[in-house]
Design a protein around this ligand. Structure first.
Ligand SMILES: C[C@H]1O[C@H](OP(=O)(O)OP(=O)(O)OC[C@H]2O[C@@H](n3cnc4c(=O)[nH]c(N)nc43)[C@H](O)[C@@H]2O)[C@@H](O)[C@@H](O)C1=O
Length: 329
């Protein structure tokens, strides 16, 4: 099995899952020098995953990696993933996401035995969908360069599948998190920030729009949906989401509850502050997924609740700070 982006959040969980199933795992990283798995906080995968270098912006390197791995399955997860960055450098994100997906699909199609390929799309493809929750058949009108690039990747899967009758799957994944998520993304920023407050290392947490809505799942559950989709008897596209929308404020409150501290300080002031620098334009159609198809066709459902996810993240961040979790969590 080949995982592009094996050192990312999803790549790590997927590698662990496939290894536990007894599969051989090859993973791509941008450069194989140093210890990429240890540097990514995945020392447990060292020596168990074969690493190959591939740069999404260099189709020849992608082709070489695919040829060397000769996999039965490819999970194409590698991508730049922080949405605001895509406004600063649209060329980079379109080249890496759309061009990189085209390179993976083309290289896979040239192998003597064409592997099954899953491409990670994103709820960002929906944008101004005009409907919420969104399913596989909802209109896709992305509002960010990242969403446009992911829509191209999603479209490539559908076009090549129809034309060449190949086993290609697009996983339209909604937000998914874990203690391994980098701190730039909201849930980890919140869990790390609230843990720092609970440990007495910080007084406040500064965020953007507290009313923004997202559909959050655990990354482990999302990669389970990917495996089910790629091992099903027919190739198709699937929304992978919890189906429940929650606000940023809900997530913040869940994190404070998990840390066993109140959101108000002793003077009654809110420990959460808003900085316009982190506020994005509001969404008319909140990105909330309708996972009915994955539920019915793949018998997939997230195992981890929202409260369990936030609790796991807060406990992990408290441990990183050498602080204890409250007894109830
Ligand atoms: C499905 C999709 O999911 C992710 O993209 P994202 O939704 O942009 O993720 P995020 O965690 O950066 O923002 C979540 C929400 O939280 C709001 N928010 C408020 N205050 C802060 C704040 O202070 N920081 C951040 N980062 N967000 C904030 C922010 O405005 C947004 O409404 C990626 O995996 C992406 O690759 C992907 O495909």
């Amino acid at each position: 099995m080949l995982i592009t982006g094996v050192t990312g959040q999803d790549g790590g969980y997927l590698a662990e899952r496939l290894l536990a199933d007894g599969d051989e795992v090859v993973g791509t990283v941008r450069a194989t020098g140093g210890e990429p798995l240890a540097a990514a906080g995945l020392p447990q995968l060292q020596g168990r995953v074969t690493l190959l270098a591939a740069d999404l912006r260099d189709p020849a390197s992608v082709k070489t990696a695919v040829e060397m791995a000769e996999p039965d399955e490819i999970y194409h997860l590698a991508a730049p993933t922080f949405v605001p960055d895509s406004w600063d450098d649209p060329t980079e994100v379109v080249t890496a996401v759309a061009g990189g997906t085209a390179a993976v699909l083309a290289a896979a199609g040239r192998l003597a035995r064409a592997p099954r390929v899953l491409v990670a799309a994103s709820s960002e493809v929906f944008g101004d969908a005009g409907v919420s929750p969104q399913s596989e058949s909802s209109p896709m009108r992305p509002r960010s360069p990242y969403g446009v690039a992911k829509l191209a990747a999603h479209g490539l899967v559908g076009a090549l599948r129809a034309r060449h009758d190949r086993f290609l799957v697009s996983a339209i994944t909604f937000n998914h998190e874990s203690p391994r998520r980098p701190v730039r993304f909201l849930p980890r920023k919140v869990s790390a920030g609230v843990a720092a407050i609970a440990a007495g290392r910080a007084e406040t947490l500064t965020l953007g729009d507290l009313s923004a809505v997202r559909d959050w799942s655990h990354a482990r559950d999302i990669v389970d949906g990917m495996v089910r989709a790629l091992r099903h008897d027919r190739p198709d596209d699937y929304v992978l989401a919890s189906g429940t929308g929650r606000t940023v404020g809900d997530l913040v409150d869940a994190a404070f509850a998990a840390a066993g501290v109140t959101r108000q300080d002793e003077q009654g002031a809110d420990r959460v502050q808003v900085d316009p620098r982190f506020v994005r334009p509001p969404e008319r159609w909140p990105p909330v997924g309708d996972p009915s198809k994955a539920r019915e066709t793949l018998a997939w459902r997230p195992e981890t609740t929202f409260e369990e996810l936030v609790g796991e993240m807060v406990v992990a961040d408290l441990a990183r700070l050498g602080a204890n979790a409250p007894r109830s969590s």
